[in-house]
Write a protein that binds this ligand. Structure first.
Ligand code: PLP
Length: 379
């Protein structure tokens, strides 16, 4: 008999959210559990991918990514964040934000180091920390507005703190960290000589008035920030597996070493297509943003009428509601039989009362799903 899984693999389970997607299929339920967008990919990306294949662009890219794509990423960082980035030494292309986070942790965190994680958090961050042998230190984001307690954050830092995982705009809450909050985190990172791994995959999906502040742009943070991003959500291409990291040369050199022997690399024709997307970025991003805003406005109305409690998100990709007296986990399971799948709050930490709705299904399915959720509690 084989001896079974490693101690590391024993410490985490398969993604609950993906399991909910399978359950949704098995129950013929509307899937509001997983965040894969229903919109077609932008034409320009598809045409560029086909053209790249036609032009025989088939062979390995340089380990840290095709030059044209890195140039486009540097251009975007300058345009959107005001960051001057050297495309030759300060960017590495990754298989989505997923790889970017685990490669960064494996390359830059040692076993026994502590990593501060704001909770609720995107479910991969837990296994990322386990695989790098580190110890998570959770800091709670507190409903209804998902603020953190500054003293709790201060207590989470110490001499063993190697990194902070930040996700703004945030999955699952839709919170966008304010400049003042980021400055408070930054001050502690400077004090304790700590890195920040910041996952900014939802940076463009914001309500008007909400401002995405990139941690790397704050004083003292450029050299200690690993900025992670991906085309998955903004371009509705979660299956293309294309993302990237921006950081200083020393950090990038080490993440690239990891990438070289593990994921190596995003298919070359996809990189060629992705660069066209970044060139037309502003147009694509603003049309996607408008669609999510409409959906979140609708969900806000329906969920409020259904008696659910939540803070309207600053980033309208997900909602993370609860209802007095309702056990979010049991409710999530019971909804499957009623024809709708959502993600339980426990997938994101100790948030049993909550459940997460993803606003990525087609409009009619979102309406159907929300109606079923409301009917389930109002019978
Ligand atoms: N980071 C966050 C916060 C996410 O919500 C997701 C997907 O839902 C990912 C990363 C995965 O990104 P990618 O598809 O680029 O690997």
């Amino acid at each position: 008999m084989p001896r079974g899984p490693s101690l590391k693999a024993r410490q985490f389970t398969e993604s609950v959210i993906r399991e909910m997607t399978r359950e949704a299929r098995a129950h013929g339920a509307v899937n509001l559990a997983q965040g894969f967008p229903d919109f077609g990919a932008p034409e320009v990306l598809k045409e560029a991918a086909v053209a790249a294949l036609g032009a025989e662009i088939n062979q390995y890219a340089i380990t840290w990514g095709a030059k044209g794509f890195r140039d486009a990423i540097a251009g975007k960082a300058r345009r959107d964040l005001g960051l001057d980035v050297d495309p030759e030494t300060e960017i590495t292309v990754t298989c989505g934000a997923t790889e970017a986070m685990i490669a960064s942790m494996l390359a830059l965190v040692d076993p026994g180091d502590e990593v501060v994680i704001f909770e609720p958090f995107y479910e991969n961050y837990g296994p990322d920390v386990v695989l790098s042998g580190a110890v998570p230190r959770f800091v709670r984001l507190r409903p209804p507005d998902w603020h953190f307690d500054t003293e709790e954050l201060e207590r989470a830092f110490g001499p063993r703190t190697r990194a902070v995982v930040l996700n703004t705009p945030n999955n699952p809450t839709g919170k966008v960290f304010t400049r003042a909050e980021l400055e408070a985190i930054a001050a502690l990172c400077v004090k304790w000589d700590t890195l920040v791994f910041t996952d900014e995959i939802y940076e463009h999906i914001l309500y008007d008035g909400a401002e995405h502040v990139a941690m790397a742009t704050l004083p003292g943070m450029r050299e200690r920030t690993v900025t992670i991003n991906s085309l998955s959500k903004t371009y509705s291409v979660t299956g293309w597996r294309v993302g990237y990291i921006v950081a200083n040369k020393m950090l990038i050199d080490n993440v690239t070493k990891l990438n070289q022997i593990t994921f190596n690399n995003v298919p070359i024709f996809i990189q060629d297509a992705a660069l066209k997307g970044l060139e037309l970025h502003a147009k694509i991003a603003s049309s996607i943003k408008a669609k999510y805003k409409e959906r979140a406005d609708l969900a806000t109305k329906k969920l409020s009428a259904g008696g659910f409690k939540f803070t309207k998100p600053d980033a309208p990709f997900y909602m993370f509601p609860k209802r007095d007296g309702l056990d979010g986990e049991k409710f999530t399971l019971s909804l499957l039989d009623k024809g709708v799948a959502v993600a339980p709050g426990t997938s994101f930490g100790d948030y049993r009362e909550h459940f997460r709705i993803s606003l990525t299904a087609p409009d009619d399915q979102i309406v159907e799903g929300l109606e079923k959720i409301c009917e389930a509690v109002n019978r």
